[in-house]
Each structure stands twice: as C-alpha cells, then as structure tokens.
Design a protein around this ligand. Sequence first.
Ligand SMILES: Nc1nc2c(ncn2[C@@H]2O[C@H](COP(=O)(O)OP(=O)(O)OP(=O)(O)O)[C@@H](O)[C@H]2O)c(=O)[nH]1
Ligand SMILES: [Mg+2]
Length: 288
Amino acid sequence: MSKQEGINAISKAMTALPAQLSDTILKHIHSLTDYEPVIGIMGKTGAGKSSLCNALFAGEVSPVSDVAAGTREPLRFRLQAGERFMTIVDLPGVGESESRDAEYAAMYRQQLPHLDLVLWLVKADDRALAVDEHFYCQIIGEDHRHKVMFVISQSDKIEPVSGNTKSLSIPQLRSIRRKTEILSTLFTPVHPVCAVSVRMQYGITLMAERMIRCLPREASSPVSARLQQPLRTTRVKETARTDFSEAVGDVLDSIAAMPFVPQIARTVLRYVRNAVVSVAHVVWDFFF
Ligand SMILES: Nc1nc2c(ncn2[C@@H]2O[C@H](COP(=O)(O)OP(=O)(O)OP(=O)(O)O)[C@@H](O)[C@H]2O)c(=O)[nH]1
Ligand SMILES: [Mg+2]
C-alpha cells in the first residue's frame, strides 16, 4: 500500500472540482499525512518519564539538543520510525524551587503552544502532590490545561507492596483507584487520569488509547504510527482513522470558507465534501 495510491483515491473523489482547487486541497492533505507530532513529558525527576516513553514509542531516539547538566532547558528528542518522525520534549521544572516560577512560567508559555499533548507523570508512591498542584496552577495557564494528561506512574510501587512481581494485587488496585480519585479532585483535569506500571506492563494499552483520544485531530494518526506495535489496537486505529478523515473534512471546510473561492466551486466543494471524508477514512491505512 503506498501513500500515492491513497492520494489518488482522494483525488478521484474531487474530479468535479477545478484542478487548482483540488491541488490546493491535496497539498493540505499531504501535510496532514506528514505531520510531525510533538509530545511533552513532565514530572519530577525519577517519575519514570524515559521508561514510559520507551514503553510507548518505537524507533530510534536521538537527542536534538545536548544541554549541559544543571541548565534547565527542555530536552528535545527526535524519534524516528521508518520515514516518520516525532518529537518528545522532556520538560523540566516540576518539584523544583518555587523561586524560579517566573522563569518556568515564561518557558512553558513559550513551549506549550507547540506541543500536541503533555504527559504529566506522578509516581504512584509520591505523596508530595502539593508541589505538582502548585506547578499546575501557577505555571500551566488555563488555556493550555486541555493539553495535559495526568498519568500515575510506577503503579507497582503503591501500597501495600507485595512480593508479587507479575501483577498488581487487589489491594493495590484499590489504592490506585483512590489515587486516581485524589488526583482528579486535586487537578480537575480535562482528561481522565491514567495509571501505568512499565515494570508490570499494567495500564499501558488503555493509557495509549486515551492518549490517542486526547490528541488533536491532526496529531492522533501520526502518533499512532509511532506506537509500539502491540499498542496499535483496533480502538487506537479507529480513533486515529476517524480523526484523520475529520481533519480532511476540516481542510475542505476551511478552503470552502476562503474569499477567493468562486461561488460555484464552493457549491461543488460542499457537494463532494462527505465523499472525500469517506474516502479518507477508507484509505487511512495507506498513510499510517
Ligand atoms: N518498579 C518500577 N520501576 C520503574 C518503573 N518505571 C520506571 N522505573 C524505574 O524508576 C527509575 C527512574 O525511571 P526513569 O524512566 O529514568 O525516570 P525519569 O522520570 O525519566 O527520570 P529523570 O530523567 O532523571 O527525570 C529507573 O530506575 C526505572 O527503572 C515502573 O513502572 N516500576
Ligand atoms: Mg529521563
């Protein structure tokens, strides 16, 4: 299956449009298929950020900037899987000194608009949540909270820890549910709180499915393509497929709304819109 075949199929659904207009639309669809997502990751040091990224995403990781130890700059990693790229930004600050709040606020104001989603890890046995709450309230502006997804990490470390190294015990699962409720109350997050353990491979599939649902339309398919193979579940693919076809619909709508488009072309555009969206839905596999 090649990308070109997908493009051809979409192009066929637009034969009624003037060539110039369908070319413009195809160019936009091309850039949707090439979109390079950017995911931020936050949490205190040792929360399990690197471990979770490795559990979620496949591919070669290369640091983009090497920053000297001690400097608190976001670390960018570019992840390559085949011809596809994704960027992970390791964001500093949580649990550090309040005296640097102004500095962090400025850094986050600069970073957040460029991130598709931020995974915020809270270690299961970390009770110093006031620090996270302070940071969330002071540093992450209201208008970016929809980009934050809270994840309870290292769930196997929650009390009561047993000798079992394969799965969480029933009392631990109960503690996890309580911790989830505590975080939900404390942060009133836009998205549901997830719990994972990389060590025990607990909760990762569900977390990945929710992450795909939290992502903006244009980002869910490219992120799904970079997930570890077992995490590319039917649900992940269906969410991504629908998002992609709706993003294609958005392209047509925005072009139909442009002032230079002649009335007649606008009418044809509205007429073919749903057919194009349906084709995009079907040919998703050619792209991702
Ligand atoms: N028991 C257990 N340990 C884990 C889990 N995930 C990570 N760890 C361990 O926790 C430690 C910290 O994990 P990292 O992934 O390096 O954490 P980090 O947030 O990237 O840390 P910094 O980059 O230093 O901020 C490592 O020793 C991991 O092996 C988990 O699910 N369960
Ligand atoms: Mg790390």
